[in-house]
Design a protein around this ligand. Structure first.
Ligand code: HEM
Length: 155
């Protein structure tokens, strides 16, 4: 019962993750390319994006322990050439997403400590670009050859 609900939430939460990262990148690239002061809205966007990503990480961990796909993989080690989805969700998705969350967290806390506005924008722009690219690679888009999942789900 919890599993399908969590799947709907984890699916929808991906759009919040992407939206918040894009908004933070918009603010950081604009501040980096056209120098200005680091405003509270820039900080709010950066902190909100990091918190949203952390929440998705927690939802993901919960889902990982409930997922029949993951448990099948660890019990039976199915041949990934026949069905790459088992390996994708059990190793690749979690690995890339976890790496990305670490990069985003490190970038956000480095930017927080920096005092120069230009430096804060630059650090956020670089770390968040790398983090977003990893997330985009690891999302099971409907067109992905590794694992394809719907754009959205309903209860
Ligand atoms: C942080 C960014 C993340 C994003 C944007 C993301 C996004 C997604 C999306 C869109 C799906 C497809 C959901 C569906 O079938 O409708 C999915 C599935 C899944 N995610 Fe994530 N995810 C993230 C992190 C994680 C992490 C860190 C874990 C594990 C710790 C994880 C575990 C899973 C599992 C196990 C599934 C498949 C569940 C199943 O079909 O049984 N996710 N994720």
């Amino acid at each position: 019962m919890v599993y399908p609900i969590l799947l709907v939430i984890h699916n929808a939460f991906r759009w919040l993750v992407l939206g918040s990262l894009l908004a933070t990148l918009g603010s950081s690239y604009s501040g980096w390319l056209w120098p200005r002061s680091y405003r509270s809205v820039d900080q709010t966007l950066r902190i909100a994006a990091t918190s949203i990503v952390h929440t998705q990480l927690l939802l993901g961990f919960y889902l990982y322990f409930l997922s029949p796909i993951v448990s099948y993989y660890w019990h039976f080690s199915p041949d990934s050439s026949q069905s790459p989805e088992f390996r994708f969700f059990s190793l690749i998705h979690i690995g890339l997403m976890f790496t990305s969350v670490i990069i985003l967290t490190v970038g956000s806390s480095l930017a927080k400590r920096q005092t120069n506005a230009q430096q804060k924008f630059k650090t956020t722009a670089i770390y968040f670009t790398v983090g977003l690219i990893l997330i985009l690679i690891a999302i099971p888009w409907p067109f992905s050859p590794l694992a394809s999942r719907p754009w959205s789900r309903t209860f």
